[in-house]
Design a binder for this molecule. Structure first.
Ligand code: ZN
Ligand code: ZN
Length: 374
């Protein structure tokens, strides 16, 4: 079968490998039908970061976690890339009872067991069982995060299938939730739980780094009744999309000033830069919460701790835990017809993945028809 491999910056190709097989009775084999590109994948695809990261890891300027997730030589090709997919189930092990061949399911980016204490707390991306001592157990990050392969492939093995695979609600177009495995769930956690606690709160989204996450967050905040959603970016195309999704678009200027100097109850930092992080914290109102979704790899970040102390600001950092939030997210999107697909800026045939996956576009989605009939 084919598996898309990252070779080097801007350079990908299909590589052949043996079809995965059921290893355990609770495994499933799935066939991805809609795969989207995580915002994080554009870091090695569009920037020659590997050498600088090796030097940074050696000199202590880059946090050792980067090496734990991506290997001592980060983004060293070839490795199988991709970790956002909707798939159809093509085979299940004997102990899989809640899912069946033909079901269309979301495959979360991180692999989890569903029963360990961390999974039971909803921290499924820190599952003790699957990590087995590693920092993460995940698809598409290379061997340091496990041998699960990448999701831009003809077939994938999914362990703990009854728990891991989340069925699409009836009638929900897989293209609408193409990024549910990661970026859409990541956006959800930055705004929705806080708006549920504080209806009518004000929201600021700093976009442009985690390009799709910022837009999903802006749209989700507007649709969850925020009093105002200000969205900052430098891209005309994304500013226009943010407006269509119900946010107030503002061009990010050199000064970095935010539209409301009084600050915001909820801030989503998706610029993926430490300067953006500092700006986001200073734009958070007293008692507010700022969630940052980028990779902040440097060890010297200049986070304004005294400002946070003096203003009672909560900073939430951490990997997202899509498995725990997917059922609520999928049902809400289906019931409210939330147009998440409008964030997709390039929709391409699955077969064209090697060229398309390196495209400089906000959100790339690959698709192909389902073949299994249940
Ligand atoms: Zn990701
Ligand atoms: Zn677990």
């Amino acid at each position: 079968m084919r598996e898309l491999n990252f070779l080097s910056t801007g350079n990908l190709k299909w590589m052949e490998r043996e079809d995965p097989v059921l290893v355990s009775d609770d495994d499933a084999i799935v066939r991805p039908i809609v795969v989207s590109r995580c915002d994080g994948d554009t870091l090695p695809l569009h920037h020659r970061v590997s050498r600088a990261m090796q030097v940074g890891l050696k000199t202590g300027l880059i946090d050792p976690s980067v090496g734990n997730i991506c290997g001592r030589i980060p983004f060293k090709g070839p490795f199988a890339i991709g970790h956002e997919a909707i798939a159809e189930i093509v085979a299940v092990g004997r102990d899989v009872t809640a899912r069946k061949v033909g079901d269309q399911v979301v495959v979360p980016w991180s692999v989890s067991c569903g029963t360990c204490p961390l999974c039971r707390r909803g921290l499924t991306s820190k599952c003790t069982t699957t990590r087995n001592g590693r920092t993460l157990a995940a698809y598409g990050f290379g061997p340091a995060s496990g041998s699960y392969g990448g999701m831009v492939s003809d077939l994938l093995r999914v362990p703990f299938a009854d728990h891991m695979l989340v069925p699409l609600p009836a009638g929900l177009d897989p293209l609408r939730v193409a990024a549910a495995s990661d970026n859409l769930s990541d956006a959800w956690r930055t705004v929705v739980p806080y708006l549920q606690q504080r209806p009518g709160a004000t929201v600021l989204v700093l976009g442009g780094g985690a390009k799709s996450i910022g837009l999903y967050a802006a749209g989700l905040a507007a649709a969850h009744g925020a009093a105002a959603v200000d969205y900052l970016d430098t891209s005309d195309a994304r500013l226009e999309k943010a407006g269509i999704l119900g946010a107030n678009p503002h061009r990010l200027t050199q000064s970095g000033a935010v539209p409301n100097p009084q600050g915001y109850d909820i801030v989503a930092e998706a610029s993926s830069r430490t300067a953006g992080m500092r700006r986001a914290i200073r734009a958070t109102s007293p008692g507010g919460v700022c969630t940052a979704v980028g990779y902040y790899v440097g060890t010297n970040t200049g986070i304004p701790l005294m400002h946070m102390y003096a203003n009672d600001i909560t900073l939430h950092l951490g990997v997202s835990h899509p498995r725990a939030m997917l059922p609520e997210l999928l049902d809400w999107i289906n019931a409210n017809h939330f147009p998440a697909e409008s964030v997709t800026s390039s929709l391409v045939s699955f077969d064209d993945a090697p060229d398309a996956y390196a495209e400089r576009t906000t959100k790339l989605v690959l698709h192909r028809p389902a073949v299994v009939t249940s």
